[in-house]
Design a protein around this ligand. Structure first.
Ligand code: URP
Ligand code: ZN
Ligand code: ZN
Length: 461
């Protein structure tokens, strides 16, 4: 990395506003934004002409599952390959779920995750801890995690037998998180109702992946969202609802926010852009789209876009949870065994720019908020990450608005043999990606030499 870097003449989406200007970087930090006089450039400054380009903060993806054992198999990207895909797609920081399996102690889980990411990740990273089995003494370990910069936890109200907590445990986790100033992320689907419906549907011959959709109707999420919000109210705790997919959930969330409750919501690119019609394809093809919650109809997608515009939702994550087609085969004879999840870390920023900004659904500034600033603020990374302003890390993405990106599994960096967005032609092209001032991706390819990603300790609320 040269000592100084100057991106000059771009349309810079900075905290102070969007304007044509320059971004000056030194020692991995942004030191000036706006018009940087030639006199301010020392010898050895690398000058990059970004005229007719957009310059935005590096994307912050706060929901990924890398190298994670889940539903009888392991996600196909590890922290090396997943972070290279993140870099290629304009994400410079991700927050991965360190997933506790039953019987494990949280410090062991967290140190395993730290070992996997250290020296492998090419972008900066942090962890949440997914708590699936509270044990005697785990409260002490929650406190230790927060002290170590892991200031958020996740619990599941679904996946009975593997991860699901009951309402009493949810209440306890909310109280603990609030006491520690941590954020509790909740997967809100009613696991018991899902299991009853799924058991019935599994008796139907050749139901296939459609059973996944039918066993998780919108009310399964809507009820769990209402319940989680009510329980957070009883606990006097803030709450963050992950991967929301339904109009009803957004309405409930908006009502709680209007009533003054500290509840926040996230959705994912696939819920905004893909519909539940995919599950009606014959055969097993639609196993590719088996994610939880499932994809939904157009009225739900419209409500999610509205929620992003109006601020009810403030984060779009990828929920990157890749399984190759061979892994999806685990559920060929029983849809309940199809590993839930799909790849997405590489295309989130691109899709939100192309289908958000260019399709007229989001302003350029709102796009930047939901892919970078909002997630950074929500999870204790701001103002180091998620924003272009002096003092912040020089994590910068240069977008060519005149380019086009074609999404193909055969050319992508994600370690997966399909993408739910195969063949999509998306306006705009991610041209250059900088991590703390160093170029890590160019023209959609990781170009770094050694993995330089750092663990970022996150502040509590
Ligand atoms: O289908 C999904 N979302 N898989 C990942 C696990 C989760 O619930 O986030
Ligand atoms: Zn989840
Ligand atoms: Zn997830």
């Amino acid at each position: 990395m040269s000592q100084r870097l100057l991106l000059t003449g771009g349309t810079v989406v900075a905290e102070s506003g969007t304007a044509t200007g320059d971004v000056l970087v030194e020692g991995g930090k942004i030191i000036a934004v706006g018009h940087v006089p030639v006199a301010a450039q020392s010898a050895g400054t690398e000058v990059v002409d970004v005229r007719r380009r957009l310059v935005i903060p590096g994307g912050v993806d706060v929901h990924t599952h890398l190298d994670t054992p889940f539903m009888g198999t392991i996600t196909s990207d590890d922290h090396g390959s997943g972070s290279r895909a993140a870099a290629a797609g304009g994400t410079t920081t991700f927050v991965d779920y360190a997933f506790q399996h039953r019987g494990e102690r949280l410090p062991d889980v967290l140190s395993r995750w730290a070992d996997r990411a250290a020296g492998a990740s090419v972008t900066d990273y942090s962890f949440h801890c997914a708590v699936t089995d509270p044990y005697d003494g785990f409260v002490h370990h929650l406190r230790q995690a927060v002290d170590d910069g892991i200031s958020s936890f996740k619990v599941f109200l679904a996946y009975q037998g593997e991860a699901m907590l009951d309402d009493g445990q949810l209440f306890g986790m909310l109280e603990q998180a609030a006491t520690l100033g941590a954020t509790l992320c909740v997967h809100a689907e009613n696991g018991r109702v899902i299991d009853v419906l799924a058991e019935r549907l599994a008796q139907r011959p050749r139901i296939g992946p459609l059973g996944h959709l039918l066993s998780r109707p919108p009310a399964v999420e809507e009820e769990a969202v209402q319940r989680a919000i009510a329980i957070a109210g009883m606990a006097g705790a803030p709450l963050y609802l992950v991967h929301l997919s339904t109009a009803g959930a957004i309405e409930t969330l908006a009502r709680a926010q209007d009533a003054g409750q500290l509840v926040h919501g996230e959705t994912c690119a696939h819920y905004l852009l893909l519909g539940d019609d995919v599950y009606r394809q014959p055969g097993f093809e639609s196993a590719k789209f088996v994610v939880s919650p499932p994809l939904r109809g157009a009225e739900h997608r419209e409500a999610l876009w509205r929620g992003l515009r109006e601020g009810t939702l403030d984060v779009v994550s990828s929920d990157h949870c890749p399984f190759c087609l061979g892994q999806k085969e685990l559920g060929r004879d029983d849809f309940r065994r199809i590993p839930n999840g799909a790849p997405g870390i590489e295309h989130r920023v691109q899709l939100l720019y192309g289908h958000g900004v260019r399709a007229g659904r989001l302003t350029l500034e709102r796009f930047v908020e939901v892919v970078a600033t909002g997630p950074a603020k929500r999870f204790g990374l701001y103002p180091r990450k998620g924003v272009i302003r002096p003092g912040s890390d020089a994590d910068l993405v240069v977008i060519d608005p005149e380019g086009t990106s074609v999404i193909l599994a055969s050319t992508m960096t994600q370690r997966c043999d399909y993408t739910p967005f195969e063949g999509w032609s998306v306006p705009g092209r991610i041209d250059r990606v900088y991590l703390r001032g160093a170029l890590i991706a160019h023209a959609g390819r990781y170009v770094g030499r050694t993995p330089a990603g750092q663990f970022i300790a996150r502040s509590a609320l």
